[in-house]
Design a protein around this ligand. Structure first.
Ligand SMILES: [Ca+2]
Ligand SMILES: [Zn+2]
Length: 444
Protein backbone atom coordinates (compact mmCIF):
# COMPACT_ATOMS: atom_id res chain seq x y z
CA UNK A 1 0.00 0.00 0.00
CA UNK A 2 1.25 3.47 -0.66
CA UNK A 3 0.00 6.93 0.15
CA UNK A 4 0.25 10.03 -2.00
CA UNK A 5 -0.15 13.36 -0.25
CA UNK A 6 -0.12 15.71 -3.23
CA UNK A 7 -3.91 16.17 -3.57
CA UNK A 8 -4.27 17.00 0.11
CA UNK A 9 -1.49 19.57 -0.03
CA UNK A 10 -2.74 20.93 -3.34
CA UNK A 11 -6.22 21.43 -1.93
CA UNK A 12 -5.03 23.17 1.23
CA UNK A 13 -2.75 25.42 -0.77
CA UNK A 14 -5.46 26.67 -3.14
CA UNK A 15 -8.75 24.85 -3.01
CA UNK A 16 -10.12 21.39 -3.68
CA UNK A 17 -11.72 22.08 -7.02
CA UNK A 18 -10.98 20.44 -10.31
CA UNK A 19 -11.02 23.79 -12.08
CA UNK A 20 -8.13 25.10 -9.99
CA UNK A 21 -4.77 24.67 -11.69
CA UNK A 22 -2.78 23.89 -8.56
CA UNK A 23 -5.17 21.18 -7.47
CA UNK A 24 -5.32 19.70 -10.94
CA UNK A 25 -1.52 19.63 -11.08
CA UNK A 26 -1.46 17.74 -7.80
CA UNK A 27 -3.85 15.17 -9.29
CA UNK A 28 -1.72 14.87 -12.41
CA UNK A 29 1.40 14.28 -10.32
CA UNK A 30 -0.43 11.60 -8.35
CA UNK A 31 -1.59 10.01 -11.55
CA UNK A 32 2.04 9.85 -12.66
CA UNK A 33 3.11 8.06 -9.46
CA UNK A 34 0.27 5.60 -9.87
CA UNK A 35 1.29 5.03 -13.46
CA UNK A 36 4.87 4.22 -12.39
CA UNK A 37 3.50 1.75 -9.87
CA UNK A 38 1.25 0.06 -12.40
CA UNK A 39 4.08 -0.14 -14.94
CA UNK A 40 6.31 -1.80 -12.35
CA UNK A 41 3.59 -4.32 -11.55
CA UNK A 42 2.91 -5.08 -15.21
CA UNK A 43 6.60 -5.62 -15.92
CA UNK A 44 6.97 -8.37 -13.34
CA UNK A 45 8.13 -11.55 -15.13
CA UNK A 46 5.30 -13.54 -13.59
CA UNK A 47 2.63 -10.85 -14.06
CA UNK A 48 0.61 -12.95 -16.50
CA UNK A 49 0.10 -15.60 -13.85
CA UNK A 50 -0.69 -13.17 -11.05
CA UNK A 51 -4.09 -12.02 -9.83
CA UNK A 52 -3.78 -8.37 -8.94
CA UNK A 53 -6.47 -6.15 -7.52
CA UNK A 54 -5.63 -2.45 -7.64
CA UNK A 55 -7.63 -0.23 -5.28
CA UNK A 56 -7.41 3.55 -5.33
CA UNK A 57 -9.27 5.87 -3.02
CA UNK A 58 -8.88 8.99 -0.91
CA UNK A 59 -9.29 9.51 2.83
CA UNK A 60 -11.41 12.62 2.25
CA UNK A 61 -12.61 15.14 -0.28
CA UNK A 62 -12.49 18.89 0.16
CA UNK A 63 -14.40 22.15 0.24
CA UNK A 64 -12.68 25.50 -0.23
CA UNK A 65 -9.30 24.83 1.43
CA UNK A 66 -10.69 22.45 4.08
CA UNK A 67 -11.48 18.75 4.16
CA UNK A 68 -15.12 19.72 3.85
CA UNK A 69 -16.49 17.60 6.68
CA UNK A 70 -18.12 20.12 8.98
CA UNK A 71 -21.55 21.45 8.14
CA UNK A 72 -21.91 19.44 4.98
CA UNK A 73 -20.48 15.99 4.67
CA UNK A 74 -20.90 15.73 0.95
CA UNK A 75 -17.73 17.49 -0.17
CA UNK A 76 -15.78 15.66 2.51
CA UNK A 77 -17.01 12.16 1.77
CA UNK A 78 -17.47 12.22 -2.00
CA UNK A 79 -14.19 10.57 -2.97
CA UNK A 80 -13.02 8.51 -5.92
CA UNK A 81 -12.91 4.74 -5.71
CA UNK A 82 -11.19 2.90 -8.53
CA UNK A 83 -11.02 -0.89 -8.55
CA UNK A 84 -9.09 -2.65 -11.28
CA UNK A 85 -8.07 -6.22 -11.91
CA UNK A 86 -8.82 -9.19 -14.08
CA UNK A 87 -11.53 -10.34 -11.67
CA UNK A 88 -13.30 -6.96 -11.67
CA UNK A 89 -16.42 -6.30 -13.71
CA UNK A 90 -15.97 -3.18 -15.80
CA UNK A 91 -18.53 -0.46 -15.14
CA UNK A 92 -19.63 1.94 -12.49
CA UNK A 93 -19.79 0.78 -8.87
CA UNK A 94 -23.53 0.69 -8.16
CA UNK A 95 -25.05 2.92 -5.55
CA UNK A 96 -23.00 4.86 -3.08
CA UNK A 97 -19.70 3.42 -1.92
CA UNK A 98 -17.31 4.65 0.76
CA UNK A 99 -13.56 4.70 1.00
CA UNK A 100 -13.62 2.06 3.73
CA UNK A 101 -15.21 -0.29 1.19
CA UNK A 102 -11.74 -0.81 -0.27
CA UNK A 103 -10.86 -2.77 2.89
CA UNK A 104 -13.76 -5.17 2.38
CA UNK A 105 -13.00 -5.36 -1.34
CA UNK A 106 -9.37 -6.27 -0.68
CA UNK A 107 -10.34 -8.93 1.84
CA UNK A 108 -12.94 -10.35 -0.55
CA UNK A 109 -10.23 -10.64 -3.20
CA UNK A 110 -8.44 -13.01 -0.85
CA UNK A 111 -11.66 -14.89 -0.16
CA UNK A 112 -12.16 -13.45 3.28
CA UNK A 113 -15.60 -12.29 4.38
CA UNK A 114 -15.79 -10.35 7.60
CA UNK A 115 -19.13 -10.26 9.38
CA UNK A 116 -20.33 -7.28 11.33
CA UNK A 117 -18.32 -4.87 9.24
CA UNK A 118 -20.06 -1.83 7.80
CA UNK A 119 -17.84 -1.89 4.72
CA UNK A 120 -19.01 -3.71 1.61
CA UNK A 121 -16.92 -5.50 -0.96
CA UNK A 122 -17.42 -3.61 -4.21
CA UNK A 123 -17.27 -4.47 -7.86
CA UNK A 124 -18.26 -2.69 -11.02
CA UNK A 125 -21.44 -3.42 -12.91
CA UNK A 126 -22.24 -2.89 -16.54
CA UNK A 127 -25.01 -0.33 -16.88
CA UNK A 128 -27.67 -0.72 -19.49
CA UNK A 129 -27.56 2.12 -21.95
CA UNK A 130 -30.93 3.61 -22.75
CA UNK A 131 -31.87 6.24 -25.29
CA UNK A 132 -31.60 9.74 -23.88
CA UNK A 133 -35.20 10.20 -24.89
CA UNK A 134 -36.37 7.38 -22.60
CA UNK A 135 -38.36 8.86 -19.74
CA UNK A 136 -37.87 12.41 -20.98
CA UNK A 137 -40.97 14.18 -19.71
CA UNK A 138 -40.19 17.84 -20.18
CA UNK A 139 -37.75 19.55 -22.51
CA UNK A 140 -37.54 23.32 -22.78
CA UNK A 141 -34.91 24.66 -25.19
CA UNK A 142 -36.30 28.23 -24.98
CA UNK A 143 -35.17 28.97 -28.51
CA UNK A 144 -38.43 30.24 -29.96
CA UNK A 145 -40.92 29.87 -27.14
CA UNK A 146 -41.47 28.50 -23.65
CA UNK A 147 -43.05 25.25 -24.82
CA UNK A 148 -42.37 21.79 -23.51
CA UNK A 149 -41.19 19.97 -26.63
CA UNK A 150 -42.20 16.58 -25.25
CA UNK A 151 -45.75 15.99 -26.25
CA UNK A 152 -48.17 13.38 -25.05
CA UNK A 153 -47.82 13.76 -21.31
CA UNK A 154 -49.88 16.91 -20.87
CA UNK A 155 -47.04 18.81 -19.16
CA UNK A 156 -47.24 22.37 -20.41
CA UNK A 157 -45.46 25.58 -19.51
CA UNK A 158 -47.20 28.47 -17.81
CA UNK A 159 -45.51 31.84 -17.51
CA UNK A 160 -45.87 33.78 -14.31
CA UNK A 161 -45.15 37.51 -14.59
CA UNK A 162 -42.63 38.26 -17.32
CA UNK A 163 -40.00 35.64 -18.17
CA UNK A 164 -38.62 36.42 -21.63
CA UNK A 165 -37.04 34.48 -24.48
CA UNK A 166 -33.72 36.23 -24.90
CA UNK A 167 -30.77 35.89 -27.27
CA UNK A 168 -27.45 34.69 -25.90
CA UNK A 169 -28.33 31.38 -24.26
CA UNK A 170 -26.05 28.43 -23.73
CA UNK A 171 -27.51 27.12 -26.99
CA UNK A 172 -29.61 29.49 -29.07
CA UNK A 173 -31.85 31.67 -26.93
CA UNK A 174 -32.65 31.23 -23.26
CA UNK A 175 -35.32 32.08 -20.71
CA UNK A 176 -34.51 35.25 -18.81
CA UNK A 177 -36.16 35.37 -15.40
CA UNK A 178 -36.43 38.82 -13.81
CA UNK A 179 -37.34 39.27 -10.14
CA UNK A 180 -40.72 37.80 -9.31
CA UNK A 181 -41.08 35.90 -12.56
CA UNK A 182 -40.97 32.16 -12.99
CA UNK A 183 -42.28 29.26 -15.06
CA UNK A 184 -44.67 26.59 -13.89
CA UNK A 185 -44.74 23.14 -15.51
CA UNK A 186 -48.43 22.48 -15.32
CA UNK A 187 -49.53 18.89 -14.73
CA UNK A 188 -46.02 17.76 -13.87
CA UNK A 189 -47.46 16.50 -10.57
CA UNK A 190 -49.04 13.65 -12.50
CA UNK A 191 -45.81 12.31 -13.97
CA UNK A 192 -45.05 8.72 -13.02
CA UNK A 193 -41.43 8.19 -12.06
CA UNK A 194 -39.49 4.95 -12.17
CA UNK A 195 -38.34 3.23 -9.01
CA UNK A 196 -41.59 3.72 -7.14
CA UNK A 197 -41.92 7.36 -8.08
CA UNK A 198 -38.49 8.17 -6.71
CA UNK A 199 -36.10 8.11 -9.65
CA UNK A 200 -35.65 11.19 -11.74
CA UNK A 201 -33.14 13.45 -13.44
CA UNK A 202 -33.30 17.18 -13.98
CA UNK A 203 -30.84 19.18 -16.04
CA UNK A 204 -30.57 22.94 -16.37
CA UNK A 205 -28.03 25.42 -17.67
CA UNK A 206 -27.97 28.48 -15.42
CA UNK A 207 -26.50 31.97 -15.71
CA UNK A 208 -26.83 34.12 -12.62
CA UNK A 209 -25.17 36.39 -10.15
CA UNK A 210 -23.68 34.93 -7.03
CA UNK A 211 -26.58 35.10 -4.60
CA UNK A 212 -25.75 37.50 -1.78
CA UNK A 213 -28.77 36.82 0.41
CA UNK A 214 -31.59 34.33 0.64
CA UNK A 215 -31.84 30.96 -1.04
CA UNK A 216 -33.99 31.16 -4.17
CA UNK A 217 -35.08 28.08 -6.06
CA UNK A 218 -33.73 27.40 -9.54
CA UNK A 219 -35.90 24.34 -10.09
CA UNK A 220 -38.27 22.74 -7.57
CA UNK A 221 -41.41 20.74 -7.03
CA UNK A 222 -41.51 21.23 -3.26
CA UNK A 223 -42.44 23.77 -0.69
CA UNK A 224 -39.05 25.11 0.37
CA UNK A 225 -39.95 25.24 4.03
CA UNK A 226 -38.55 22.69 6.46
CA UNK A 227 -38.56 19.05 5.54
CA UNK A 228 -41.34 19.21 2.96
CA UNK A 229 -41.33 16.42 0.40
CA UNK A 230 -39.97 17.00 -3.07
CA UNK A 231 -36.81 18.22 -4.69
CA UNK A 232 -35.27 21.66 -5.04
CA UNK A 233 -32.17 23.01 -6.72
CA UNK A 234 -31.28 26.03 -4.63
CA UNK A 235 -29.15 28.99 -5.66
CA UNK A 236 -27.97 30.44 -2.37
CA UNK A 237 -27.35 27.81 0.28
CA UNK A 238 -24.94 29.09 2.92
CA UNK A 239 -21.96 27.06 4.07
CA UNK A 240 -18.78 28.41 5.63
CA UNK A 241 -20.14 31.88 4.92
CA UNK A 242 -20.04 31.05 1.25
CA UNK A 243 -23.21 30.77 -0.82
CA UNK A 244 -23.62 28.30 -3.58
CA UNK A 245 -25.91 25.92 -5.43
CA UNK A 246 -27.24 22.91 -3.51
CA UNK A 247 -29.69 20.09 -3.94
CA UNK A 248 -32.36 19.94 -1.23
CA UNK A 249 -34.44 16.77 -1.09
CA UNK A 250 -37.28 16.28 1.39
CA UNK A 251 -39.24 13.34 2.70
CA UNK A 252 -41.89 15.17 4.71
CA UNK A 253 -40.07 14.61 7.98
CA UNK A 254 -36.44 14.73 6.96
CA UNK A 255 -34.23 16.36 4.36
CA UNK A 256 -30.95 16.02 2.58
CA UNK A 257 -28.78 18.90 1.42
CA UNK A 258 -25.94 18.23 -1.00
CA UNK A 259 -23.46 20.88 -2.00
CA UNK A 260 -22.95 23.77 -2.26
CA UNK A 261 -21.12 24.48 -5.47
CA UNK A 262 -19.44 27.78 -6.10
CA UNK A 263 -21.28 29.87 -8.66
CA UNK A 264 -19.53 31.21 -11.70
CA UNK A 265 -20.07 34.84 -12.58
CA UNK A 266 -23.14 36.06 -14.42
CA UNK A 267 -21.43 35.99 -17.80
CA UNK A 268 -21.02 32.23 -17.71
CA UNK A 269 -23.43 29.37 -18.32
CA UNK A 270 -23.06 26.62 -15.76
CA UNK A 271 -24.54 23.15 -16.04
CA UNK A 272 -26.39 21.48 -13.18
CA UNK A 273 -27.83 17.99 -13.13
CA UNK A 274 -29.62 16.30 -10.25
CA UNK A 275 -30.55 12.66 -10.21
CA UNK A 276 -31.97 10.13 -7.84
CA UNK A 277 -31.48 6.40 -8.33
CA UNK A 278 -33.63 3.45 -7.33
CA UNK A 279 -31.10 2.54 -4.66
CA UNK A 280 -31.52 5.89 -2.93
CA UNK A 281 -28.42 7.61 -4.29
CA UNK A 282 -28.84 11.34 -4.86
CA UNK A 283 -26.31 13.08 -7.06
CA UNK A 284 -25.83 16.73 -7.89
CA UNK A 285 -23.47 17.62 -10.72
CA UNK A 286 -21.93 20.93 -11.60
CA UNK A 287 -20.41 21.38 -15.03
CA UNK A 288 -18.39 24.57 -15.27
CA UNK A 289 -17.92 26.71 -18.32
CA UNK A 290 -14.30 25.52 -18.46
CA UNK A 291 -15.23 21.90 -19.11
CA UNK A 292 -14.86 20.47 -15.62
CA UNK A 293 -17.72 18.29 -14.43
CA UNK A 294 -17.86 17.14 -10.84
CA UNK A 295 -20.45 15.77 -8.50
CA UNK A 296 -21.42 15.14 -4.90
CA UNK A 297 -23.57 12.24 -3.75
CA UNK A 298 -25.43 10.95 -0.71
CA UNK A 299 -28.02 8.28 -0.02
CA UNK A 300 -31.47 9.31 1.17
CA UNK A 301 -33.81 6.32 1.25
CA UNK A 302 -36.91 8.02 2.64
CA UNK A 303 -37.00 10.70 -0.05
CA UNK A 304 -40.44 11.49 -1.47
CA UNK A 305 -40.33 12.94 -4.96
CA UNK A 306 -43.98 13.33 -5.83
CA UNK A 307 -45.75 16.26 -4.26
CA UNK A 308 -48.94 18.20 -4.84
CA UNK A 309 -46.87 20.94 -6.48
CA UNK A 310 -45.79 21.15 -10.10
CA UNK A 311 -42.17 21.68 -11.03
CA UNK A 312 -41.38 25.38 -11.17
CA UNK A 313 -38.36 27.08 -12.72
CA UNK A 314 -37.20 30.11 -10.77
CA UNK A 315 -39.47 29.44 -7.79
CA UNK A 316 -40.31 26.67 -5.34
CA UNK A 317 -43.39 24.54 -5.93
CA UNK A 318 -45.71 26.95 -4.14
CA UNK A 319 -44.69 29.88 -6.32
CA UNK A 320 -44.62 32.04 -3.21
CA UNK A 321 -41.15 31.63 -1.77
CA UNK A 322 -39.71 34.89 -0.52
CA UNK A 323 -36.27 34.65 -2.13
CA UNK A 324 -36.60 35.38 -5.83
CA UNK A 325 -34.38 33.80 -8.44
CA UNK A 326 -32.90 36.27 -10.91
CA UNK A 327 -31.00 34.98 -13.91
CA UNK A 328 -31.25 32.89 -17.01
CA UNK A 329 -31.98 29.23 -17.65
CA UNK A 330 -31.54 27.23 -20.82
CA UNK A 331 -32.00 23.73 -22.21
CA UNK A 332 -33.98 22.50 -19.21
CA UNK A 333 -35.02 18.85 -19.13
CA UNK A 334 -36.70 16.51 -16.65
CA UNK A 335 -36.70 12.73 -16.89
CA UNK A 336 -38.78 10.21 -14.96
CA UNK A 337 -35.68 8.07 -14.44
CA UNK A 338 -32.06 8.33 -13.40
CA UNK A 339 -29.63 8.98 -16.23
CA UNK A 340 -26.26 7.27 -16.22
CA UNK A 341 -23.09 9.25 -15.56
CA UNK A 342 -22.09 8.73 -19.16
CA UNK A 343 -25.32 10.26 -20.42
CA UNK A 344 -25.07 13.26 -18.11
CA UNK A 345 -21.46 13.82 -19.15
CA UNK A 346 -22.44 13.54 -22.78
CA UNK A 347 -25.26 16.04 -22.40
CA UNK A 348 -22.95 18.44 -20.57
CA UNK A 349 -20.11 18.19 -23.08
CA UNK A 350 -22.51 18.42 -25.99
CA UNK A 351 -24.03 21.55 -24.47
CA UNK A 352 -20.60 23.11 -24.06
CA UNK A 353 -20.00 22.44 -27.74
CA UNK A 354 -23.31 24.06 -28.66
CA UNK A 355 -25.39 20.93 -29.13
CA UNK A 356 -28.72 20.98 -27.32
CA UNK A 357 -30.40 17.99 -25.69
CA UNK A 358 -32.96 18.12 -28.47
CA UNK A 359 -30.22 17.56 -31.03
CA UNK A 360 -29.07 14.48 -29.17
CA UNK A 361 -32.53 13.01 -29.49
CA UNK A 362 -32.48 13.16 -33.25
CA UNK A 363 -28.82 12.94 -34.17
CA UNK A 364 -27.55 10.25 -31.87
CA UNK A 365 -24.42 8.57 -33.23
CA UNK A 366 -26.55 5.66 -34.28
CA UNK A 367 -23.93 3.19 -35.33
CA UNK A 368 -25.35 0.28 -37.25
CA UNK A 369 -23.13 -2.75 -37.67
CA UNK A 370 -23.00 -4.79 -40.84
CA UNK A 371 -23.41 -8.43 -39.90
CA UNK A 372 -24.00 -9.92 -43.33
CA UNK A 373 -21.59 -12.09 -45.24
CA UNK A 374 -18.71 -10.27 -46.83
CA UNK A 375 -18.54 -6.55 -46.64
CA UNK A 376 -20.79 -5.34 -49.39
CA UNK A 377 -23.31 -2.86 -48.06
CA UNK A 378 -25.34 -3.09 -51.26
CA UNK A 379 -26.90 -6.03 -49.54
CA UNK A 380 -28.27 -3.61 -47.03
CA UNK A 381 -31.74 -4.12 -48.43
CA UNK A 382 -31.91 -7.01 -46.04
CA UNK A 383 -32.40 -5.60 -42.56
CA UNK A 384 -31.36 -8.91 -41.06
CA UNK A 385 -27.82 -8.16 -42.19
CA UNK A 386 -27.60 -5.13 -39.97
CA UNK A 387 -27.82 -4.55 -36.30
CA UNK A 388 -27.71 -1.46 -34.24
CA UNK A 389 -24.54 -1.15 -32.27
CA UNK A 390 -26.28 0.11 -29.22
CA UNK A 391 -26.46 -2.07 -26.17
CA UNK A 392 -29.98 -3.04 -26.98
CA UNK A 393 -28.85 -4.75 -30.21
CA UNK A 394 -31.80 -3.52 -32.16
CA UNK A 395 -32.06 -4.64 -35.76
CA UNK A 396 -31.83 -2.25 -38.66
CA UNK A 397 -35.49 -1.33 -38.95
CA UNK A 398 -35.09 0.41 -35.64
CA UNK A 399 -31.61 1.38 -36.40
CA UNK A 400 -31.03 3.18 -39.51
CA UNK A 401 -30.19 5.94 -40.97
CA UNK A 402 -32.22 8.85 -41.67
CA UNK A 403 -30.59 10.68 -38.83
CA UNK A 404 -27.43 8.73 -38.36
CA UNK A 405 -24.22 10.09 -39.81
CA UNK A 406 -22.16 6.98 -40.18
CA UNK A 407 -22.50 3.26 -40.16
CA UNK A 408 -19.80 0.83 -39.23
CA UNK A 409 -19.51 -2.05 -41.61
CA UNK A 410 -17.81 -5.26 -40.56
CA UNK A 411 -16.00 -3.46 -37.85
CA UNK A 412 -13.49 -1.31 -39.62
CA UNK A 413 -15.09 0.18 -42.66
CA UNK A 414 -17.40 3.11 -42.54
CA UNK A 415 -20.43 3.84 -44.57
CA UNK A 416 -21.55 7.39 -44.95
CA UNK A 417 -25.28 7.58 -44.79
CA UNK A 418 -25.30 11.20 -45.79
CA UNK A 419 -24.30 10.47 -49.35
CA UNK A 420 -24.93 6.75 -49.32
CA UNK A 421 -21.36 5.84 -50.24
CA UNK A 422 -19.36 3.23 -48.52
CA UNK A 423 -15.63 3.62 -48.20
CA UNK A 424 -13.17 0.79 -48.07
CA UNK A 425 -15.76 -1.74 -49.07
CA UNK A 426 -14.58 -2.39 -52.60
CA UNK A 427 -16.86 0.11 -54.25
CA UNK A 428 -18.63 3.33 -53.56
CA UNK A 429 -21.94 2.22 -54.91
CA UNK A 430 -24.87 4.18 -53.72
CA UNK A 431 -27.22 2.47 -51.37
CA UNK A 432 -30.56 2.01 -53.00
CA UNK A 433 -32.42 1.27 -49.85
CA UNK A 434 -34.59 3.97 -48.42
CA UNK A 435 -33.84 4.51 -44.80
CA UNK A 436 -36.70 3.63 -42.48
CA UNK A 437 -38.33 6.56 -40.84
CA UNK A 438 -37.42 5.41 -37.37
CA UNK A 439 -33.94 5.83 -36.10
CA UNK A 440 -31.66 3.74 -34.01
CA UNK A 441 -33.27 2.88 -30.74
CA UNK A 442 -30.24 4.45 -29.18
CA UNK A 443 -31.20 7.73 -30.68
CA UNK A 444 -34.79 8.56 -30.04
CA1 LIG B 1 -31.79 27.50 -25.90
ZN1 LIG C 1 -5.42 17.78 4.84
Amino acid sequence: MFFINEPDAGGHAGNYYPYTTGYRNSLAASDGYLGQCLSAIASRPTFADEDWLILVTSDHGGYLTTHGAAGSGTHGITVPIVIAGTSVTAGRIPGLSYNFDVCASALAHFGITVSGMEATARDGAAETARPISAGLAAYLPFDDDFDNKITGNNVTTEKVSSPAITAGGRIGSYCDIPTGSYLRLKNSQSLAYEGGDKSYTAIVWVKMNQVSSGDPAILANKNWSGNAAGTLLCAGKLLYNYRGVTLNSGSGNGRLDIGPYHVEDNTKWTFYAISRWDDGTHIIYQGRSDGTLNWNALTFDTFVLKTTYPFCIGQDGTGNYGSKFVGGVDDVAIWTRALRHEDIRRIYESGLAGTAIGDLLTADPATAVWTGAGSNPSDSADPANWSCADEESNPLPDAIPGLATAVTISGATTFDLADGKGTGVGSTSRRSRTAPASTCAGSA
